[in-house]
Each structure stands twice: as C-alpha cells, then as structure tokens.
Design a protein around this ligand. Sequence first.
Ligand code: ADP
Ligand code: MG
Length: 209
Amino acid sequence: MDTGFFLDWIAGAAAVISSCRDHLTQLDSAIGDADHGVNLDRGFAAACAALSRQRPASPGAVLTLTGSTLIPQVGGASGSLYGAAFRAAGQALGAAAEVDPRALAAALEAGLDGVRELGASREGEKTMVDALAPANRALNDALARGLRLPDALAALTAAAEAGARATVPMRALKGRASYLGPRSVGHEDPGARSASLILGALRDAAAGR
Ligand code: ADP
Ligand code: MG
C-alpha cells in the first residue's frame, strides 16, 4: 500500500461520513449533544482539503496530517480521540513509502492505543473502542491465518460493525453519554458507528485496487 492508497482511504472515509452525517448526528442526539455527524463531516472534509494542499509524501504523513487536521476541525471528544488515533498510526508507519499488511495492522493497533490512552477507556464502556478493538483483533487473526489483505480487511470491517451493534445494550461509562447513566442503554454509540464507517472505507480502498 502506497501513499495513493492512504489518500483513497481518507477520501473514502470523508465520503461515507458525509453520506451518513445525519444518521451519526441522530445517534448522538439520543445519548449526546447531536453534533457527532456534523463535526466529523467538517473534520474529514478539512482533512481532504489539507491533503490536497500539502500533498504528503508518505503513507505515514497522510495519516499524521489527517489526525492533526481532525483535532481542531472536529473538536469535542471525538476530534481529540480520532486525531490521536490517526497521528499515532501515522507515526507508527514512519517514513516508509510502502506499507505491508503487518505494518498496517501495527499502525491500527497504535491508533487504538492512542484512543485508549487519551480516553482512559477500554472495551465495554460504549465508545468507539468497542468497534476498534474487535476490529484490530479480527485483522490480526485474519493475517495470522494467511488471508489476503482484501479478505483480512473485510473481516476487520465485519468485526467493527458487530462491535458497533453490540454497544446498543451497553451502559455508557465514558464521555457525554455516561451522564445519562442507565438511560444510555438501548442506543448505538455514535463513535462506535463512525469508527466502523471509517474502517469500512479502508476495506473499500483495498477492494478498489
Ligand atoms: P462530544 O461528546 O464532545 O460531543 P462527539 O459527539 O463528536 O464528541 O463524539 C462522541 C463519541 O466519542 C462517543 O460516541 C464515543 O464513542 C467517543 N468517546 C467519548 N469519550 C470517550 C472516551 N473517553 N474514550 C473513547 N471514546 C470516547
Ligand atoms: Mg457529541
């Protein structure tokens, strides 16, 4: 995977976030403050604009610039968390011009660690971690079984989707939704849904090549 692949991923993520903007905002209106879709849409559009302006020269630089743009442009909890994730993933890739599947999995793991560290969060708390963590496990597992990248990324996305759906019966223990206590039960977590959309765009970038 080269720089173009990572540019395709971010462009695809921006497109799917834009088309699901209202749904994400609806999810956030049930257990938050109804800004998740709008904020992420603005942030990913800004990331695409920054990428086309600055033309980063490596996959790592694409992800680092994406993260640095998301932090101020998305704002809120998810801006800092996604920003930290993309920056950590970009740093993990270093300056390499080509990324192999193992390096991609390691970068995604670094991104997840970034979210867990900054958010002081772990699985079962009804956050984006509930989509990201099972997705990473599925990817590592698929690669260990010798699956090719498109199939491994399909497994990654399926696990993220299932992880997002599994947040519905959870009680939120982190972020704004935790203020609702037991009333947070019965709604899908907006950040877990957006995480599964962003990872779905990664699968689609690999399928398109
Ligand atoms: P805000 O809550 O500031 O309005 P958003 O609505 O953009 O931010 O994002 C909310 C999402 O952020 C939640 O659905 C959840 O997935 C994620 N989130 C919030 N706090 C944490 C945390 N401490 N750790 C991990 N994810 C979190
Ligand atoms: Mg919100």
